[in-house]
Design a protein around this ligand. Structure first.
Ligand code: SPD
Length: 281
């Protein structure tokens, strides 16, 4: 009998994927953690029944959340990833030769352990000596950091369950305080197709914490609506205000999606997205 996984999204639609086998299922202190093997997307990580990443389309998300902000900084040395226990964002950050240290602050050790075991192409970098894994709530961790990081990437789940506290004004203000001068935060900011309400609640909070708030977008086949957004926030760096084209060209060789044209195009927003984030042009 065929087995199918469905993530029910908003407005009476969802994504359905044929399952070959379930490889891992545990209920942690925070959420259910599943790894399934699928015909279309290879192995996939699901948290509370929602798609987080898949072997075949993870590059759409991880290359965007990392390289767009990393290449807007002249020499990012110290980077913090909050969430992102699958390791995909850390893997992309480590492609930048200036990076000396990446702190991965993930609340759930079950996620890290399951991804290390079943998703080695994504989590394999977590053993790199430059990576410091902190199994902690990102809300508490960030409150203790002042003037520490060049880049902070909020690779969270959706704004519910353990990820909810990563979408508050207080959290964003603490992220700001944890950034060095010239620092940049990028945060996943949900789907302009499926999560309009969540996005329209998030951006006003970001603007209370940062003077510069912009949005970049891209496709993700397995996420709600197939179309995703990220916030780009800083005290002093405007999107495309600085762009390290030489480093971008080095990075591009190892990327499936990212190149210098994508850097420029990602900030071009359709009218309906501008309306959601209330971007003034
Ligand atoms: N709706 C799913 C949003 C999840 C964003 N983070 C995924 C983690 C991948 N590293």
């Amino acid at each position: 009998m065929d087995l199918w996984f469905t993530e029910y999204q908003k407005d009476g639609f969802g994504i359905t994927i044929k399952v070959k086998e379930s490889l891992f299922h545990e209920v942690s202190e925070f959420q259910t953690v599943d790894i399934i093997d699928t015909e279309a997307f290879g192995r996939m990580l699901l948290l509370d029944g929602l798609v987080m990443t898949s072997e075949k389309d993870e590059f759409f998300y991880h290359e965007m959340i990392s390289h767009i902000p990393m290449l807007s900084h002249p020499a990012p040395k110290k980077v913090l990833v909050i969430g992102g226990g699958d390791g995909g964002t850390v893997r992309e950050v480590l492609k930048h030769s200036s990076v000396e240290k990446v702190v991965l602050c993930e609340i759930d050790s079950f996620v890290v352990d399951a991804c290390r075991r079943y998703l080695p192409t994504i989590a394999g970098v977590l053993d790199d000596p430059r990576v410091d894994i902190q199994i902690r709530d990102g809300i508490d961790y960030i409150a203790e950091q002042k003037d520490q990081f060049d880049i902070i990437l909020v690779d969270s789940t959706d704004p519910m369950g353990p990820g909810e506290g990563l979408f508050t004004e207080e959290f964003y203000k603490n992220v700001n305080a944890a950034l060095k001068q010239g620092g940049i935060m990028a945060a996943q900011s949900e789907s302009p197709v499926a999560n309009k309400r969540e996005m329209s609640l998030m951006y006003p909070l970001l603007r209370k914490a940062f003077p510069i708030v912009s949005t970049f977008v891209g496709p993700i086949p397995t996420y709600p609506g197939g179309y995703w957004s990220w916030a780009f926030c800083s005290n002093d760096v405007k999107p495309l205000g600085y762009f390290d084209e030489a480093r971008a060209n080095e990075i591009t060789i190892s990327c499936k999606l990212y190149n210098s044209d994508i850097q420029k195009a990602a900030f071009v927003l359709p009218n309906f997205v501008k309306e959601i984030v209330k971007e003034v042009h």
